[in-house]
Design a binder for this molecule. Structure first.
Ligand code: 4NP
Length: 154
């Protein structure tokens, strides 16, 4: 089983989308996908209603997900840790205790050569347009990443 964790700040907007989309593209008998936030503000909450809505629009149900905070145990539990932006990356790296842990952490958009800005914008304070843009970006990148992971691990 290959384990992938996607991380953002609150674990209610961006990483729940990446969690649901990646999970839909990878065979569940070989890949386990989860998400977490660097902050605990929303622990136990459902994804933001705007993330649930945009996912539903594209045929994906993420409403069962529940937010949790990243913990240092995740460095051992997961093979790949993908952060949505540089700030999340810096926060996670600051918790790492070895180069083995650090090497597991990467910006999610580093997997997508077609984009130059490697940060998935935080849509929390904007309108539905932001969620639509974020969905497309995460969907495109998840296609690239899932194909790469399947080539490597299946
Ligand atoms: P996320 O978005 O990191 O994509 O889940 C945010 C959610 C909540 C907050 C900030 C960003 N907040 O400040 O509560």
């Amino acid at each position: 089983m290959t384990r992938i964790l996607v991380v953002c700040l609150g674990n209610i907007c961006r990483s729940p989308l990446a969690h649901g989309i990646l999970e839909s593209k990878l065979p569940s008998n070989h890949f386990y996908v989860d998400s977490a936030g660097t902050a605990s503000y929303h622990s136990g909450n459902q994804p933001d209603s705007r993330s649930i809505a945009v996912a539903k629009k594209y045929g994906l149900d993420i409403s069962h997900q529940s937010a949790r905070q990243f913990t240092t145990m995740d460095f051992d539990l997961f093979d790949y840790i993908y952060t949505m932006d540089q700030s999340n990356y810096n926060n996670i790296i600051s918790l790492a205790k070895s180069s083995y842990h650090i090497d597991k952490v990467k910006l999610f958009l580093e997997e997508n050569d077609t984009v130059t800005n490697k940060n998935v914008p935080d849509p929390y304070y904007g309108g539905p347009d932001g969620f639509e843009r974020v969905y497309k970006l995460i969907e495109e990148t998840s296609t690239i990443l899932s194909e790469k992971l399947m080539r490597k691990h299946l």
